[in-house]
Design a protein around this ligand. Structure first.
Ligand SMILES: [Zn+2]
Length: 364
């Protein structure tokens, strides 16, 4: 049903088109062209998302994958070795998420070539997923007919579907100390480094509980050993599957910073930004029924589980469109040893095609 050669050829073409986040014009042009060739009505929005609509039978479904890649991702030279495709080791492969894009295109091509009915499809190939989900956040959700969707932006064994993801807040702190000559009159200074250390020691960090994590990931400050440091910047984050726990955690981090600054009579500016919102699909959600039925058709063992990361699916779910991400087989993503097994990509495509066929037939 799935044409492995056509799928691989499409994937290899896509990974050779440079598309680091915010530089997706060329790949977006190509994807729009490919979707038009499949008969889709295609639009580009201001940020660069490519949106294709196809008519079909039954209830509409959203299909989503992102076209941007992380660095180092320019000049990708894919290497095919046996059943694996990897980069040449200088760059990522870009299987995250061009494997998802290629699978969506192949499934529509395969269905059209074989006269398999599909449901009405809203296809969103997004930009800037890797930089704060900016592309998905810019999607005009009123354009979408679908109230449910499948994202192709997960790893793990084929059959993996992500049914819950955390909320994520970002925290930026700017600690203002007082500079002084460290040898001459250190008592006139207040070290922002000491304030930062005090604050971090009083912060709950790491794994807070099974739903919640927190981290200070960047710290910078100081100019010379003979100056009492007057400024330190900290960047951190907290994530939780529970909105209430996330709020409590972020408050604890902010309080640790404010109290440490107060103990030394200096100030701290703290900014908190909400990156994305948690979602969780109920076990009896019809979307999971569709994925299970499709998996059974093609002999795949479905595995529904949580993720600790965010994706475009968080944005669609927050907008009321229930979306779960399924594995494309992508492996070791965000590293230069990224790879994907051709057989996994084919299996994932077979799974998706089975789901779409069942949906068009009104059987799931
Ligand atoms: Zn991705």
């Amino acid at each position: 049903m799935i044409d492995e050669q056509r799928l691989v050829a499409c994937f290899l073409e896509l990974v050779r088109i440079d598309s680091p986040s915010r530089h997706e014009q060329a790949i977006g042009d190509r994807l729009a062209q490919m979707l038009r060739a499949l008969g889709a009505r295609v639009e580009r929005d201001a940020i660069g998302n490519v949106f294709g609509q196809l008519d079909g039978q039954g209830e509409a479904l959203l299909l989503n994958a992102h076209m941007d890649t992380v660095v180092p991702g320019e000049g990708v030279q894919p290497v095919r070795e046996g059943g694996l495709i990897r980069s040449d080791g200088r760059t990522v492969l870009g299987g995250d998420d061009k494997s998802g894009v290629a699978i969506v295109l192949e499934v529509v091509r395969a269905a059209q070539a074989q006269g398999i009915a599909l449901p009405p499809l809203d296809i969103v190939f997004s930009v800037q997923e890797e930089v704060g989900l900016a592309g998905a956040k810019a999607v005009d959700m009123t354009r979408l007919r679908a109230r449910q969707g499948i994202g192709l932006d997960a790893g793990g064994p084929v059959g993996t579907a992500v049914v819950s993801a955390p909320s994520h807040d970002r925290l930026e702190a700017d600690i203002h100390g007082v500079a002084a000559h460290a040898g001459g009159e250190p008592e006139k200074g207040v070290s922002a480094i000491e304030v930062a250390a005090d604050a971090i020691c009083h912060m709950p960090l790491g794994r807070i509980d099974e739903e919640t994590t927190a981290n200070i990931g960047i710290i910078s400050g100081g100019q010379a050993t003979n100056i009492v440091c007057d400024r330190v910047e900290l960047s951190g984050e907290a994530r939780s599957h529970s909105a209430a726990k996330l709020a409590t955690q972020v408050q604890a981090m902010v309080a640790a910073l404010e109290q440490a600054a107060a103990r030394r009579g200096v100030s701290v500016d703290v900014g908190v930004s909400h990156e994305y919102t948690a979602y969780s699909l109920r076990p009896d959600d019809p979307l999971l029924g569709l994925l299970a039925a499709g998996a059974a058709e093609v002999g795949i063992e479905p595995a529904f589980g949580p993720t600790g990361g965010g994706s475009d699916a968080n944005v669609f779910n927050a907008a009321g469109i229930r979306v779960t991400n399924i594995s494309t087989g992508m492996d070791r993503v965000h590293t230069t040893s990224e790879q994907i097994a051709v057989a996994d990509m084919v299996r994932a495509a077979e799974w998706l095609l089975a789901c779409l066929r069942l949906r068009a037939q009104g059987r799931a």
